[in-house]
Design a protein. Structure first.
Length: 322
């Protein structure tokens, strides 16, 4: 049975261009390594699918639908591969191959989505427009949506008590409504109810594991609680998925410099943040530049100064003479 599974797996891997050319090579890879290789390959296919569409389409709603379709199609293939890999690596004589349809919000869907957020330029560019809709972000329940919109108005009016009531009511109608969890978390955070905010953001991540808002707020809460190492750990997980997010890179830089007292690491992230700040963010760029300049000019260690100089060069940053 294992040899039969190998033949199927080998054939599919060749079709997917995953470059596992021999049985020995597959034997030497762990189950997780094989699955990661396959996920990366399917993500490349999904990215190609998205890129072809966004070149000719500007409507955000249609782009969201297409992204959903591209991810679902590749997630289906990934599910089959995962099942084949699991059966092959189990070593059992008799295996039943199961796979889910890679539907919108399945584990495989989130895996492909996460890989796209890390590596796909078209996906990253669309995320930057703030128009991307994650699975479970918006409810299909009309009453839940109406209550959510009501909460939005209360939030803008800073009527936080009524906003909380509205978002909670929306979640009673649809507990998977991640935007409602996000906004409930934001209200709790704004009113200094950090523990309640943390619970809300974690609930949001259960429904939309790659959602940016909870991924940014959760480490911020740990930082507020002075658990700086946990905050740093979580921020680094975020920056792996959103490598070009200015706020996340800047938050890591601030943590390193202001709380952990690691000038070198902070300098790297300030440099990256400065590079990410575009021309419309002049005030932010100048503040980041001043931090870079301060760290650079206060360093007395020759080795550290040399490292700083290389970081500046790599990011095309010049320290202006006074």
């Amino acid at each position: 049975m294992k040899n039969t599974i190998f033949i199927f797996l080998f054939y599919f891997l060749l079709l997917s261009k995953a470059y596992c050319q021999t049985k020995e090579q597959m034997e030497n890879m762990t189950e997780d390594e094989l699955k990661e290789k396959i996920a990366d390959e399917q993500s490349v296919k999904a990215c190609d699918c998205i890129e072809k569409f966004v070149k000719v389409q500007t409507d955000a709603n249609r782009i969201n639908i297409k992204i959903n379709s591209c991810i679902e199609e590749t997630a289906k293939t990934f599910d089959l591969f995962k099942s084949l890999v699991g059966a092959y690596k189990s070593g059992k004589k008799n295996n039943t191959i199961f796979f889910s349809p890679g539907h919108y919000d399945s584990e495989s869907y989130f895996t492909i989505e996460r890989s796209l957020l890390k590596t796909c330029p078209s996906m990253q560019e669309f995320i930057g427009t703030n128009n991307y809709i994650y699975p479970n972000s918006v409810s299909n329940d009309k009453e839940a949506l109406a209550l959510f919109n009501k909460g939005q108005v209360f939030l803008q009016e800073q009527n936080y008590k009524e906003a909380i009531k509205s978002f909670k009511s929306a979640l009673k109608k649809d507990s998977k409504f991640s935007f409602a969890w996000d906004n409930l978390g934001i209200v709790y955070y704004t009113t200094d109810k950090k523990d309640d905010a943390l619970k809300a953001f974690k609930n949001s991540m259960k429904e939309a594991p790659n959602g940016l808002y909870p991924m940014i707020y959760i480490p911020r809460i740990y930082s507020d609680k002075k658990d700086y190492q946990q905050a740093l750990k979580l921020y680094k997980e975020v920056v792996e998925i959103y490598p070009n997010n200015l706020d996340v890179n800047l938050s890591i830089a601030n943590l390193y410099y202001l709380q952990i007292n690691d000038a070198y690491s902070s300098f790297k992230y300030y440099a990256k943040a400065y590079k990410l700040a575009n021309t419309s963010q002049i005030d932010i760029s100048e503040k980041i530049y001043e931090m870079i300049k301060e760290i650079h000019n206060t360093s007395k260690d020759e080795k550290e100064i040399s490292e700083f100089t290389q970081i500046l060069k790599d990011n095309n940053i010049n320290i202006r003479e006074q």
